[in-house]
Design a protein around this ligand. Structure first.
Ligand code: UDP
Ligand code: MG
Length: 309
């Protein structure tokens, strides 16, 4: 019989959340009256998470566990889950209960209507104000540059049709951002609002450094616009400088030698140095990405999968 639904949950040091998550998730899935599997991907947790997942696997025929050989990050963990998923519809979810499992039937209802990717955005997002403001700006910037229309990049409660999952599995980038990848290939996507709760147990795995890293990866993965901006700003500055040089040469001939505005010159010089360094950094991000791709190391390594039958 064909399996209908796969739910994929990446888990990294979530020992406090696993029990309440499962207690909320399992009845929701049972009540659907459809065949399902839950795939927990253990992303190199160093706490009791794996032991707890293993117990769930032993106790429930629907639970599978993919144990990764280290910490490869949330998106690679989901990728590992995608490769294992057998369901016709695949749903991703965070382990920390910030997206309530009760919203899963809403996602499925939209998928039943024929939408191949069903995204979600957090209503009344319960995160620190600073994070909300920064992520709002990052959402808008990324959408513009990558030509996407994802309302909330941080919301992982999403549904993907089998066809989309197969396409995502076939794209073998070393770093990626799954919701954006799904959206790129979707032909009929939709987004629904979901309630959002504060993280009750454990701590967020994303500090400011990881969030910056994630956004650079998102950028280099989906758009060349920053490189074009570098080129265009270089061209504009060159043209302006050329006009300025002509003007200074003329003044030199007409007015004679002048030494004035040294500080203005320093100011301009600092600005140009800043632009140069930033451009170098942007170029470097893309070069770094190429470096990672050509090194051809596996994106993630599965230590063992725990299946039934
Ligand atoms: N996660 C993971 N690997 C990591 C970091 C996070 O599998 O390296 C999982 C984590 O266990 C959770 C989800 O990804 O299920 C989202 O993480 P978190 O809640 O810390 O992110 P936030 O909600 O703060 O953006
Ligand atoms: Mg979270």
């Amino acid at each position: 019989m064909k399996l209908e639904i796969s739910v994929i949950i990446p888990v990294y040091n979530e020992e406090e959340s696993i029990e309440p998550l499962f207690a909320a998730l399992y009845p929701v899935l049972k009540s659907l009256g459809r065949s399902f599997e839950i795939i927990f991907v253990n992303d190199g947790s160093r706490d009791r998470s794996f032991a707890m997942l293993y117990d769930l696997h032993k106790a429930h025929a629907e639970v599978r566990v993919v144990d990764l050989n280290g910490n490869f990050g949330q998106h690679m963990a989901i990728m590992a889950g995608f490769e294992q998923a057998r369901g016709d519809k695949v749903i991703t979810l965070d382990a920390d209960l910030q997206n309530p499992p009760e919203s899963i039937p809403d996602i499925l209802a939209k998928m039943d209507e024929g939408h191949d990717v069903v995204g979600s955005y957090r209503m009344g997002r319960q995160d620190p104000l600073f994070r909300k403001v920064v992520s709002g700006m990052a959402n808008r910037l990324t959408n513009r540059m990558a030509r996407l229309d994802i309302r909330d990049y941080g919301c992982m409660l999403r549904g993907y049709d089998r066809r989309i999952v197969d396409i995502i599995n076939a794209s073998c980038e070393t770093t990626t951002f799954i919701p954006a990848l799904g959206r790129k290939f979707a032909v009929n996507s939709v987004e629904i609002p979901v309630p959002h709760r504060a993280r009750e147990k454990g701590v967020s795995k994303y500090g400011i450094a990881q969030l910056i890293r994630l956004n650079f990866d998102l950028m280099t993965s989906f758009t060349l616009a920053p490189l074009q901006m570098v080129t265009v700003s270089g061209m504009v500055i060159s043209v302006l400088s050329f006009v300025l040089v002509c003007y200074i040469m003329l003044r030199r001939l007409i007015v004679g030698p002048e030494v004035e505005g040294v500080f203005t010159l320093m100011g301009i010089q600092f600005l140009l140095t800043g632009i140069t360094l930033m451009s170098l950094g942007i170029t470097g991000e893309y070069v770094g990405r190429i470096y990672r791709e050509v090194s051809r190391r596996p994106r993630f390594v599965v230590k063992k999968t725990y299946d039934h039958e």
